[in-house]
Design a protein around this ligand. Structure first.
Ligand SMILES: [Zn+2]
Ligand SMILES: [Zn+2]
Length: 687
């Protein structure tokens, strides 16, 4: 009979099958009181579910008010809240059909089909929330029961639930013998939903919730299928946690890079150019150029060679690399020469035949490059290489193109054309560790310069299914060890992600936390045994024989577009002086001092600073206000006394009035701040 192993390694033996309720109660009354579910061998289960074999378990509790709730607790609470919401919606708006209601990172949603004459909007939220509160106050138990597949399907057919029937059929196709329902209360009397669970013990355990928004969705995500309405909500164990979450969302809205970029003229996306294609305005281009120069300087200093490659490549090149036709759905369509198209159309070739002939390689053409790797491989391979030449490190800010779905596009974060901080290292097996370490050192330097010190790394390793992976298992062992060892030298948290390796090699991903605690996944460092094979790369070893080099792909910041999008939100547009598009603005207090203001500007510009003059007729306070709105690090206000004494009155962003400062002194201070790439000293409200 079941032996239950607890997280501390201790055992409890039970003579008969046991439930989480019994186990929690045996451990202690307090634990039972806060228990809401149970982990059984790594899976979340109902607290009342029966355990009849030896298992490792831990009790899921609602946690403490002041701590972040566990992912498992949130899962249970949010999925249960989705049921409560669906019941309330059915009460408020009759004639609905439920489709699918999962928990998510941020809360939960339910996709619902409403009859044609009824549209739900946020105006309905308060009455739905009232019903939800009532259901929660009733603290009805979630009760699970099963029907065998035939009986279950018959019931759904009788109910006429087209969508639930589809869910059920898919569960059965996936191997389920039974279908499970959860009643919110008594089966047969109270509200029920076809659902795999698990759920909370009862509705009363939903501590705090909020309905968030309404969006449209399609059945199975297919835009030619039924149009559905997705209603989003969120829930937490305690009201204070909900409030913190709402505050964070508000803060994130305030920092939305698309909104800030519009105010500061950083970039735009013009429908007539194309969705997801970024036009960098002069201000945004300054940020990008400074960042590129900073990274390039370190690349060159650490032995990288910069290269350039074109924006397109032949289909055949990408057939060799394996990027075509396999990833065709995420690529722009191929470019075929018009002569060729004419010839095949004269032959009477249909579109379907044409695309087939392109896929199988009977017709060649070009694609906008989805990856820079093959181009760099050709540069490496253009010269005979000896072991003495290795490692060869080729770097490029290389622009690549991906066909993202239009619904997925989002400012700079999700785009269709982006520039990777890409590089490919060709090295010997023994050099892999050192190369990975070098990549990580560069990332560490760049992130700390930008004040993104709070980050972690994920090391993607193989799982047990060895058939999935290309290359010699012995080399894999070595490379995985190299990745883990290198990651451990970073002195930041790192996790091993089994099964997260690419099929061609292990990888390291970076996840940074921004100023408001949100996590962003950046780019990767990846070891690759596959492409050197596919392109038959060689170098001559000390033994005078041919050897296969190992490739390391690294684009640690991912794309410059996305990285700058993150930086805009991280800094809230208040960039450090070295990145600020306009570093200094000189404001004359009246027309009389325009000449001096211009002279000050010339002095600063001669030092390589980005500076403008505001000589408008506005009052100086109005000029200050505009300068502050544009988040310029330094405003220099100049009047008669300044002109006589050779000073400027300095107003520093985030700090305020610094009074009159000798112009030479100001120049040497700001020059030092820029060359040392200092972070803003204060990152508070503008004043
Ligand atoms: Zn459910
Ligand atoms: Zn690559």
């Amino acid at each position: 009979m079941p032996r239950i192993t607890l997280p501390d390694g201790s055992h409890r033996d039970y003579a008969t099958p046991v439930t989480g309720v019994v186990i929690a109660g045996d451990i202690g009354e307090r634990l039972l009181k806060s228990a809401i579910g149970i982990m059984v061998d790594g899976e979340i289960k109902d607290l009342s579910g029966v355990i009849d074999s030896d298992s490792e378990v831990s009790i899921i509790t609602e946690g403490r008010k002041k701590e972040d709730p566990s992912a498992e607790a949130l899962y249970l609470i949010r999925h249960s809240c989705a049921h409560v919401m669906a019941e309330a919606i059915e009460r408020v708006i009759p004639g609905t059909q439920l489709v699918y209601g999962p928990p998510t990172d941020q809360g939960f949603y339910y996709d619902i089909h409403f009859s044609d004459d009824r549209i739900i909007s946020t105006d309905d939220f308060s009455s739905i929330e009232e019903h939800m509160k009532q259901i929660i106050a009733e603290d009805r138990p979630f009760q699970r029961y099963e029907l065998d597949a035939d009986a279950g399907l018959a019931r759904l057919r009788e109910e006429g639930s087209k969508y639930k029937l589809d869910n059920a059929q898919r569960a059965i196709d996936g191997g389920s013998e039974n279908l499970t329902w959860y009643a919110t209360g008594e089966p047969g009397c109270d509200w029920e939903d076809l659902c795999r669970g698990p759920h909370l013990p009862g509705t009363g355990r939903i501590g705090a919730f909020r309905l968030m928004s309404v969006a449209s969705a399609y059945w199975h995500g297919d835009s030619t299928s039924d149009r559905l309405t997705r209603i989003y909500g969120t829930a937490f164990p305690y009201p204070a946690q909900l409030q913190t979450h709402l505050d964070r969302l508000e803060e994130a809205r305030r920092r939305d890079h698309r909104v800030i970029a519009k105010k500061l003229n950083l970039f735009l996306i013009d429908e007539t150019v194309g969705q997801g294609l970024v036009l960098w305005q002069p201000n945004g281009a300054v940020i990008r150029r400074e960042l590129e120069e900073f990274i390039r300087m370190h690349l060159v200093a650490t032995g990288y060679q910069m290269v350039y490659s074109p924006h397109v490549g032949k289909l055949d090149l990408y057939r060799t690399s394996g990027h075509f036709p396999y990833f065709q759905d995420s690529q722009f369509p191929p470019l075929i020469s018009s002569d060729f198209l004419q010839a095949v159309s004269d032959e009477g070739c249909s579109c379907a035949e044409l695309s087939h002939r392109i896929d199988v390689g009977e017709i060649d053409g070009f694609i906008l490059k989805p990856m820079n790797c093959p181009h760099h491989i050709k540069i490496f391979d253009a010269e005979p290489r000896s072991y003495r030449d290795l490692p060869v490190r080729l770097a490029e800010f290389g622009t690549v193109y991906r066909w993202e779905q239009s619904g997925e596009l989002n400012g700079l974060i999700r785009v269709r054309g982006f520039t990777q901080d890409d590089a490919h290292i060709f090295c010997t097996e023994d050099q892999v560790y050192g190369e990975i370490q070098g990549c990580l050192a560069l990332v560490k330097l760049v992130l700390s310069t930008l004040g993104l010190d709070d980050y972690r790394v994920r090391v993607g390793l193989r799982d047990d299914d060895t058939s999935k992976y290309a290359g010699d298992p012995k080399l894999w062992d070595q490379a995985e060890t190299a990745c883990l060892d290198a990651a451990s030298t970073l002195e930041v948290p790192f996790s091993k992600e089994l099964g997260e390796a690419a099929f061609y090699g292990p990888k390291i991903d970076f996840v940074v936390k921004d100023a408001i605690g949100r996590e962003w996944q950046l780019g990767t460092v990846q070891v690759d045994y596959n492409l050197p094979e596919r392109f038959d790369l060689k170098y001559t070893g000390a033994d005078n024989l041919d050897h296969r080099p190992v490739m390391v792909h690294r684009a640690p910041f991912g794309s410059l577009e996305r990285f700058i999008g993150i930086l805009i939100e991280h800094f809230e547009g208040k960039f450090p002086t070295w990145l600020a598009p306009e570093q200094v603005r000189v404001l004359s207090i009246s027309e009389k001092f325009v000449d001096y203001a211009c002279a000050v500007k010339e002095r600063l510009a001669a030092e390589g600073l980005r500076v403008t003059v505001d000589n408008s007729d506005e009052r100086v306070n109005a000029k200050i206000k505009v300068g502050a709105q544009q988040k310029i690090p330094y405003l220099l206000i100049v009047g008669g006394r300044d002109a006589e004494a050779g000073t400027v009155s300095v107003r520093q962003r985030g700090i305020g009035d610094l009074g009159a400062v000798d112009l030479d002194r100001f120049i040497s201070d700001i020059a030092a701040e820029v060359s040392e790439r200092r972070l803003p000293t204060v990152n508070e409200e503008d004043n």
